[in-house]
Every structure is written in C-alpha cells, then in structure tokens.
Design a protein around this ligand. Sequence first.
Ligand SMILES: C[S@@+](CC[C@H](N)C(=O)[O-])C[C@H]1O[C@@H](n2cnc3c(N)ncnc32)[C@H](O)[C@@H]1O
Length: 234
Amino acid sequence: MQEPREHELTLPEAPDKPKVYKRDFWSAENLKFSKPHFRLQKAGRIVNKIAAGRECDLLDVGCGPAALRQVLQPNIHYFGVDIAIQEPAPNLLEADLLESPVSFDGRRFDIVVAQGFFEYTADCQEQKLTEIREILAPAGTFIATYVNFGHRDRELYWPYSNIRTQSDFRASLSRFFDIERSFPTSHNWRHSEPNRWFMRASQIRMQANLPVLSPLLAVEYFFICSPRPAAHNA
Ligand SMILES: C[S@@+](CC[C@H](N)C(=O)[O-])C[C@H]1O[C@@H](n2cnc3c(N)ncnc32)[C@H](O)[C@@H]1O
C-alpha cells in the first residue's frame, strides 16, 4: 500500500539507554485511561467490525485498566496484559513486557490490539512484534497504533521511550506483518485527540488519509495488519 508522505522531521536525539517506567509509575498513571477515550472508542468500532459477530479471542497488549473491554461486543472474548493491572481477574495478566514475552497461557488469538503501547517499548519494539506475530492465529488481525511524531505541533509525553518516525515504524511493522490499511486516529490542529463533540462525531468513522494534511495533522495512526510467514523477515 502507498505510504503517506512525511514532512521534514527531526526527532530529538535518543539517549543511548532511554529511561523506562515500571509498575510503581504505571499503577497510578494508567488510571488516566480508565474511561473509553476517543482513540479507544474508535479502536472498539474497528474491532467489532472485524469480528463481524463471530466468536473470537482478543488480546489487548498494554491494556491498562482494560477500558477496551467496555466497548467490545459480547462475541469478543477479552484478555489483557499490562505491567500494572488495576483489578485482577482470570482474563488479565500482569507482566512487564520489557522483561517477559507477550503471551497469555500459551493461547493463540484471533485479534491482538496494541494501542498506546509501542511508544514505551524502548529498544524492544521488534522483539515485541515478533512475539505478537507468534501468538496471532494465521488468519488473525493485529491492530496497532503509533503516535505521529511528525505532527505540526508535536507533543512528547515524557514517559515515551521509543520515539520513531512514521516511516521507520511502518518499515519495522512490515517486517512481521502485511499492513492492510493504515489511517489517522484523528486529524487535529493540536497534537491531541479531539475534544469537541462535532470533531469527535465527524472523525470517529473516518478512515482516510488526506494528501498533505494527514502527515501534519494526524494525531496517531491505526495499522490494521495480517501476519506474514516467519521466513519473510530475514
Ligand atoms: C498510554 S497507556 C495506554 C493504555 C491503553 N492501551 C489505552 O490505549 O488506553 C500505556 C499502557 O502501557 C502499559 N505499559 C507500559 N510499559 C509496559 C511494560 N513494560 N509492560 C507492560 N505494559 C506496559 C502501561 O501500564 C499502560 O497501561
């Protein structure tokens, strides 16, 4: 598929060993993601459409307080993994994914979602992509998000430990997955998901890349992917 063009972009120089934040930080911080926010609602709509009423198992990587579960239809059996689980349950696993592989009781999943996660994976991004491909069913779907660090008003949330250009992230993803579709989570003049109801209502359904504008105004991107056979990522 054709990639949107990225405008001239310089990223801050990454330190040799970026600081990563652990459970003590995230157990308080991820409470900010308890309610289904705009991106998460849009992700829910995408997942429900992909599942199309079929019974399927979904793993939410970096699930935080498992808010995604609230917007999924009952045919989707929800599992989540995170460094800081808020309310223990049999379908939620607490694990530091920079230390342990992405897995859940040796299961395979029809859908894996990793939204708002890869920005915190330091130098483990490709390892995590490898592991996700391994737990995804051969005909499964992987849905990732990644911040558009080329935004005109770029904001860097200080816990980020993995800041890459869109083209770099796409190239890495393409080693493990075929990117079937990718499109902005939303377009906004400021680098945050829209707050006003009419902006939210108009953009929650939108799955389009706008020439020139998207690279400058896309807040984050969704990537809808299918797994590539392992031999492709030599
Ligand atoms: C920005 S929040 C996103 C939460 C949720 N996916 C959402 O979109 O609302 C990042 C999540 O990644 C989790 N996380 C960060 N580092 C992690 C690690 N090393 N292992 C597992 N989870 C981690 C945090 O606890 C947090 O829930």
